[in-house]
Ligand binder design. Structure first.
Ligand SMILES: [Zn+2]
Ligand SMILES: [Zn+2]
Length: 258
């Protein structure tokens, strides 16, 4: 019993810290985005349909639950690294921090794109990913509304990445935080960026990108960038046009006008 406690206590603390960080971000950012969307007004809303209050509540509580396993995967990766079971992480400096973060984002985007396509296959979809697609018009609370199996396919990157990338734990945590924040913005249902930066030839995406995945289902599988969908021809055909249509009024202009 003592052996179990001394061996797994550090993992338990890491898990708790990761959960507190992710749930704190989820709640704080979620309410912040809802407040911001109210100021922006309906012209920035991507879909005209609304999620029912029942669907919003379902997604909220499923996200709170699902973050337990997401944080366990992150904590597991960090714990294995602390035990020396993973690749030796590159010493973090001011010069390599951004390139390493970008490397992790590119690798995760590849992991996510192909894993996401796999769980859309008929034999897996019903058991793994159907839950996440219950919302046709996602809200900020839909981001982590996933099943345990879904997290095993997509979020397990944060458990396994230290085994094949020499990433410092700080980079892994920073990337997970970025993923949490960008994922929540990507489910918010309102377009904020809508500029040259989120359409071709830029590899970056706007909120409309993943919103279209929920609305149209068979398009836009990636999570950070659009190039995999462009290469594999799974990008929604009117994505760039749709993003362009939001450019008429910038968020700053709407804020100044309100
Ligand atoms: Zn999907
Ligand atoms: Zn989604």
């Amino acid at each position: 019993m003592d052996f179990m406690l001394t061996t797994f206590q550090p993992l338990l603390f890491l898990w708790l810290k990761c959960y507190a960080m992710l749930v704190g971000t989820f709640l704080f950012l979620g309410w912040g985005i809802i407040y911001f969307n109210r100021i922006l007004g309906p012209e920035k809303k991507i879909q005209s349909r609304q999620s029912s209050q029942q669907a919003i509540t379902r997604d909220f509580w499923q996200s709170i639950k699902s973050l337990i396993t997401v944080s366990l995967m992150l904590a597991g990766g960090l714990y294995c690294q602390q035990l020396g079971l993973t690749l030796l992480p590159i010493k973090l400096t001011v010069f390599n921090a951004i390139p390493l973060l970008l490397l992790s984002m590119v690798v995760f985007d590849t992991w996510f794109y192909w894993g996401h396509r796999l769980i859309h296959a008929k034999f897996l979809y019903k058991w793994v990913h159907k839950w996440h697609h219950q919302s046709y018009a996602p809200t900020v609370w839909s981001n982590n509304s996933d099943t345990f199996l879904d997290n095993c396919f997509l979020q397990s990157y944060f458990l396994f990445a230290p085994f094949f990338l020499p990433l410092s734990g700080y980079i892994l945590v920073a990337h997970k935080l970025y993923d949490q924040i960008s994922g929540m913005i990507g489910h918010s249902g309102y377009e904020y960026s809508a500029g040259q930066v989120s359409r071709f030839p830029s590899p970056l995406i706007g909120v409309t990108f993943h919103d279209l995945h929920h609305e149209k289902f068979n398009y836009n599988y990636a999570t950070h960038f659009s190039y995999w969908d462009r290469i594999m021809n799974t990008i929604y055909p009117d994505y760039d046009e749709k993003i362009k249509s939001f450019e008429q009024s910038s968020p700053s202009k709407i804020l100044m006008d309100s």
